[in-house]
Design a protein around this ligand. Structure first.
Ligand code: MN9
Ligand code: PYR
Length: 321
């Protein structure tokens, strides 16, 4: 097999893990969810069990089952399924990496261990290397999210010489607003075929200008179509349209950020927009309030991101733009 199989590019939705009202994983809606992303949002890559998927709040056995269900349901529909396998325990991470390879995932990603932390680049690389080695045929991505892990080792520094240590290294998911660091990841690796994926949805246009090859984020679940329009405008060098799209997306994100925005709220918004029940989050997260959902709904409508197109089984049917 040629390595890498194919480069990960374009939009990657960070999937939500649907749950039932009593907190169990609701596997039954994942098939529908895949179809929704592909058909309604034009998003054909997913990032499973990450921040948005509450991956670190699931048991190892649940993580395996969730990964397997997405791979199964995504077969012949999705381009790439990347599984986040980061964990505090190296052993668990290795087990999940090996499992991702066994089920036929397209790549694995790992965050820095965030309780007992690596304090320098070499230690972090050693940890990542041990995980990557458990899935030697899978592209490996580092998931840089310093605000949540507290591990502030700069991505540019980490990437320097990384392929000598981790031969399967294929790229980075960069969830930080430091465009100097991100720009230098691009600049110093322009001759390598890395996927440098930007992870701050409200600033993606800046990431594209800096050379991002794609993006991973939570809002692509329901604003994928809008964001794809921005990517297309950028591609054809229509920067004023691209900026209009970004501002439109920013108006929504800015609005919800002020109300308090996180994974719980993402679940509520996705339920509203897609009509697929995402359920509540798991503790320590708390379900979004009714007030939040009502406000978010009004904002989506006022921005023309959402319109109700009809009624089915007594419920309004929404369609996203
Ligand atoms: C912290 C977090 O969850 N970041 C997500 C991915 O990295 C983003 O997709 C954000 O949800 C998004 O940019 C909105 O702030
Ligand atoms: C946003 C993202 O990539 C995650 O939820 O992990």
């Amino acid at each position: 097999m040629a390595f890498p199989k194919k480069k990960l590019q374009g939009l990657v939705a960070a999937t939500i893990t649907p749950m039932t009202e009593n907190g169990e994983i609701n596997f039954s809606v994942i098939g529908q969810y895949v179809d929704y992303l592909v058909k309604e949002q034009g998003v054909k890559n997913i990032f499973v069990n990450g921040t948005t998927g509450e991956g670190l709040s699931l048991s190892v056995s649940e993580r395996r089952q969730v990964a397997e269900e997405w791979v199964t349901q995504g077969r012949n529909k999705l381009d790439q399924v990347v599984i986040h396998v980061g964990a505090l325990s190296l052993k668990e991470s290795q087990e999940l990496a090996q499992h991702a390879a066994e089920i036929g995932a397209d790549g694995i990603a790992v965050i820095a261990p965030f309780f007992l932390k690596p304090w320098n680049k070499d230690v972090l690389i050693n940890f990542l290397k041990e995980v990557a080695a458990s899935a030697p045929a899978l592209p490996f991505y580092y998931y840089h999210i310093p605000a949540l892990t507290g591990v502030k080792i700069r991505a540019e520094e980490l990437l320097d010489g990384i392929q000598d240590k981790i031969p399967t290294f294929q790229g980075l998911k960069f969830s930080d607003t430091d465009l100097l660091d991100f720009g230098q990841c691009v600049d110093q690796n322009h001759h390598r075929q890395f996927s440098l994926l930007f992870g701050v949805d409200e600033q993606l246009l800046s990431g594209l200008v800096m050379g991002a090859t794609g993006a991973v984020g939570s809002t692509y679940n329901y604003l994928g179509k809008k964001t794809n329009q921005m990517l297309e405008a950028f591609e054809r060098k229509d920067f004023s349209s691209a900026l209009n799209y970004q501002f439109c997306i920013q108006r929504f994100i800015n609005f919800v950020v002020k109300l308090g925005f996180g994974v719980s709220q993402t679940k509520a918004i996705m339920t509203l927009v897609s009509g697929i029940p995402m359920g509540p989050p798991r503790l320590p997260l708390q379900k979004a309030t009714r007030e939040f959902t009502d406000n978010a709904e009004a904002k989506l409508k006022s921005l023309d991101f959402l319109s109700f197109t009809g009624v089915k089984d007594g419920k309004p049917v929404a369609s996203a733009y």
